[in-house]
Ligand binder design. Structure first.
Ligand code: PEP
Length: 249
């Protein structure tokens, strides 16, 4: 059985006190019925979040990490630094990192390699822009992103990979892919993984959907057979909404 995962990407939101307040509200929510629940506060609050959630099933994950293990990379965070505070999973390839920080497929391939070499789970984000979809080019774009960043991995590395399909036109816009559009793309992605790495890996890899998931639309999206959960932005900043999304699986 594939994992079901709901991960909240807090992005550059919540100061120290707000981080504690949201964590306290999430902890009060109770059981998650077998769903892996993860939150990604900003880097300077990861350590605090790990401590505050040490008696909880909610896992704390990173929003990003550098491909080098150490060195002169001002402002960056390494895989070892994340692990030294108890973080075991990291988001890589988010469209905001690609668009605003020029993260290329090549750099992302290096980041993924560094992460898996250190037993770090990766939630790997990818997805097409609106123009790609309008031009009916979305499958080619997604295939290219996946091939460039993940297809040089060894089969054994795939146990660390979670995929997150996030059409850029649906992130923070209030637009969502329809459940049918999500399922169509997730099935395409699983098929691609099967071609590259075989049926077992394809069957076991969790593929999350991200892009304006809210309590009102989560259930319909999560009901699709190849959608194994969600990567949640805006709605992850509200404990009631995030918990409602978790319960929609
Ligand atoms: C995201 O940034 O990964 C995301 C899915 O954001 P939102 O839910 O706000 O669209």
């Amino acid at each position: 059985m594939r994992k079901k995962i709901v991960a909240g990407n807090w992005k550059m939101n919540n100061d120290k006190q707000e981080t504690t307040t949201l964590i306290t509200a999430l902890k009060a929510k109770g059981a998650f019925n077998g769903v892996e629940v993860k939150i990604a506060p900003t880097a300077i609050h990861l350590s605090q979040a790990v401590t505050e959630l040490n008696d909880s099933a909610i896992e704390v994950i990173g929003q990003n990490m550098h491909q080098a293990t150490n060195g002169a990379y001002t402002g960056e965070v390494s895989v070892g630094m994340l692990q030294s505070i108890g973080v075991k999973s990291v988001i890589l390839g988010h469209s905001e990192r690609r668009a605003y920080f020029n993260e290329t497929d090549e750099a992302l391939a290096e980041k993924v390699k560094t992460a898996v070499a250190h037993d770090m789970e990766v939630i790997f984000c990818f997805g097409e822009e609106l123009e790609d979809r309008k031009a009916d080019n979305h499958f080619a774009v997604v295939e290219n992103q996946l091939r460039k960043a993940l297809f040089d991995l060894d089969s054994a590395d795939w146990k660390y990979i979670v995929l997150a399909y996030e059409p850029v036109w649906a992130i923070g816009t209030g637009e969502t892919a329809s459940p049918e559009q999500a399922q169509e793309m997730h099935a395409f992605i699983r098929n691609l993984v099967e071609e590259g790495f075989g049926a077992e890996i394809a069957e076991n890899v969790a593929i999350l959907y991200g892009g304006s998931v809210k309590p009102a639309n989560a259930q319909e999206i999560f009901s699709k057979s190849d959608v194994d959960g969600g990567l949640i932005g805006g709605a992850a900043l509200n404990a009631d909404d995030f918990f409602a999304i978790v319960q929609s699986i």
